[in-house]
Ligand binder design. Structure first.
Ligand code: PBG
Length: 356
């Protein structure tokens, strides 16, 4: 072989013989890499989770740098306006309930003048075309810190809880919610909520089911944000310290398919897998077994891990975040719930190819 330009002196330049397939040819320039890319992120796929509280100031959340409990009027409106300006037009709201309004049966969840309901109405007044998702579960309103009602024996009561979840979902729909998202993992709640919504005339309100929600350690910062972690029991009431009797065991894969089949029959419009990155196999499982849109929740602990490493200079935040979100998409999700939604959309908008 003859010497070639740019090859360090002394480097052998004889091509390997009988190597017709060289995958690197399809990676040789930014132009072809972009041309052959199989997966794209778009801000239209993002859902921004927002924490709100009944006050004026934005209160930073220690374990989620860059995220605050927003003042439910100005702080919230500003954050949503900023997200929309970057192409993110979907939010899921998480209200922080003051401790004195929490009860064992979580009545505040369906108070027509509750913070959730006021927040939904305000957002829909201000931004009629914004898709507003709500969380349906009792934990932010429950003095025991569980998604369902806890009996004196420490059992999370399935069917009694469903009755309350239906009231909560209907009251959110009345306030103007576009999509209600049961995150409680009670059996049969999607069918019951569908029926309750329909019987009140809310046939157009969608249901995004937390189909495969795991009993995960990655929700810690979220529970800090809402002070919603399970509370220690008292002498006369045994409160389970974790959510393992209703959220799925991280060891289990087939069980997610069972939940998915039920959610399809029960009328879910969107199925969610949560957390995101540690559960890419489950996202792919549902993608290959259902025609429904799939959502992935890049949860608070995943956000905190990236922020912590980025703050120490151990990771390039932009590259790591965009890679993480892209991988959620590649695994098969259509929607991504992420606290990075606005920031990621900004990075994406600034990311111009080299030839432009
Ligand atoms: C409420 C709910 C939780 C999250 C979303 N909805 C907490 C939990 O189930 O304990 C977690 C979201 C996150 O960690 O970002 N049921």
């Amino acid at each position: 072989g003859s010497a070639r330009r740019g090859v360090p002196e002394g480097t052998p330049v004889v091509p390997v013989r009988d190597l017709p397939s060289r995958p690197r040819r399809n990676r040789k320039s930014e132009t072809v890499r972009r041309a052959f890319s199989e997966t794209f992120l778009h801000p239209a796929n993002f859902i921004l989770p927002v924490f709100v509280h009944d006050g004026d100031k934005n209160i930073p959340i220690d374990s989620m740098p860059g995220v605050s409990r927003l003042g439910w009027q100005h702080g919230l409106i500003d954050a949503v306006a900023e997200a929309r300006s970057m192409g993110v037009n979907q939010v899921v709201i998480f209200p922080k309930t003051p401790e004195h309004l929490k009860t064992p049966t979580a009545e505040e969840a369906f108070n027509p003048n509750g913070l959730a309901q006021r927040t939904i109405s305000l957002l829909k007044d201000k931004f009629p075309d914004l898709e507003v998702y709500t969380d349906v579960a009792l934990d932010p309103y429950n003095s025991d810190g569980h998604d369902g009602i806890v009996s004196d024996e420490g059992v999370i009561l399935n069917d009694a809880t469903i009755e309350y979840l239906c009231r909560q979902a209907v009251s959110q729909a009345r306030a103007g919610a576009d999509c209600v998202s049961p995150s409680d993992m009670m059996d049969g709640r999607v069918a019951a909520i569908r029926q309750a919504l329909d019987s009140e005339g809310f046939t157009n309100v969608s249901i995004m089911s937390y189909t495969a929600k795991y009993a995960s350690a990655f929700y810690g910062p979220f529970r800090d944000a809402l002070a919603s972690a399970p509370k220690p029991g008292q002498a006369h009431r045994r409160i389970p310290p974790n959510k393992k009797t209703y959220q799925q065991d991280p060891a289990n894969f087939r069980e997610a398919l069972r939940e998915a089949r039920l959610d399809e029959i029960e009328g879910a419009d969107i199925m969610m897998v949560k957390p995101g990155l540690p559960y890419l196999d489950v996202i792919r499982l549902l993608r290959d077994n259902s025609p429904l849109p799939i959502a992935a929740y890049h949860v608070s602990g995943e956000y905190a891990m990236l922020k912590a490493a980025a703050e120490r200079g151990w990771l390039n935040e932009k590259d790591a975040v965009l890679e993480a979100l892209l991988c959620l998409k590649r695994a098969g999700s259509d929607l991504i719930l992420t606290y990075y939604a606005t920031e990621a959309a900004k990075w994406m908008a600034a990311d111009k190819p080299s030839w432009r």
